[in-house]
Design a protein around this ligand. Structure first.
Ligand code: HPA
Length: 272
């Protein structure tokens, strides 16, 4: 089966199973998973029930597509995402976002946990993504050309929508949370980076580093979906602080900052 056929098969299943048309897609990264449990009358579809949909393997990442409504807007949330370090090829990593795009979302909100490189960031801070650096060299738009997914060559100048970032600034101010914006660097992982790699990223203009999001953003932009990206800084990147990095620390900070993170995202959805 071609990738196009796999995508259309998943979309056709979902169109039958879900009668509402989502306008906003949300990829729930670490710390934001609980947002999926706040929808009233959710329609929860396990990834494993959707034909051709991949199933995540990481601790703390569930595998559900959740349809619901916030502030009168239909949302589709991916509770659990796919990473290159799990061994998935890049087309699987972006499969869910493409399915949401084919279901008609106009806006994608992507979130992640990231290590802070810029010393103005601290663990627990939220950093709105204004641009990214793809250090992995994988690009989901390569390979089989699929007409429904948009053009082969497309602009990435304004990948992270400026209007949405301005809306976010208002929400941060209203909630009394200090607004920080920066460049997200994508490393494949799953090992955390070395201090030398982090020094390099700092020189090249990155403010935070993580192992996700960039393929999803590229796939969304190819489809003309506007993107809002946000990182929860769970730790300072390797060598920025002396402390060794651990997945437990990432999960712990994600949990503690979860409530603030959810308020920010709901504030943005309200204003979209
Ligand atoms: N590096 C890469 N990914 C991450 C980090 C980090 O320091 N923290 C959370 N995700």
């Amino acid at each position: 089966m071609s990738e196009r056929e796999r995508l259309l098969k998943a979309v056709s299943y979902l169109k039958n199973a879900v009668k509402i048309k989502p306008e906003i897609g949300i990829v729930l990264g670490s710390g934001l998973g609980e947002l999926g449990n706040l929808v009233k009358n959710p329609l929860i579809i396990p990834y494993k029930d959707i034909p051709e949909f991949p199933v995540p393997t990481v601790k703390g990442h569930k595998g559900n597509l959740i349809f619901g409504n916030f502030y009168g807007k239909n949302v589709a949330m991916m509770q659990g995402r796919f990473h290159l370090y799990e061994g998935y090829p890049v087309n699987k990593v972006v499969f869910g976002v493409r399915v949401l795009g084919l279901l008609g979302i106009k806006t994608l909100i992507v979130s992640n946990a990231a290590g802070g490189i810029n010393e103005n960031l601290q663990p627990g801070d939220l950093m709105v993504i204004k641009d990214h650096i793809n250090f992995v060299g994988e690009n989901p738009a390569g390979g089989e050309e699929i007409e429904e997914l948009g053009p082969r060559f497309f602009d990435m100048t304004c990948a992270y929508d400026e209007k949405l970032r301005n809306i976010a600034r208002e929400v941060f101010e209203e909630l009394g949370v200090s607004f920080k914006e920066g460049v997200y660097a994508f490393f494949k992982g799953p090992s955390y980076e070395t201090p030398a790699e982090i020094r390099m990223l700092k020189i090249l203009g990155a403010d935070a580093v993580g192992m996700s999001t960039v393929p999803e953003v590229i796939a969304a932009r190819q489809m003309g979906i506007r993107v809002f990206g946000i990182s929860l800084i769970t730790n300072m990147a390797a060598g920025i602080s002396k402390a060794p990095l651990s997945h437990e620390e990432v999960l712990d900070v994600s949990k503690k900052a979860g409530e603030k993170f959810i308020k920010i995202i709901l504030g943005i959805i309200e204003r979209i």
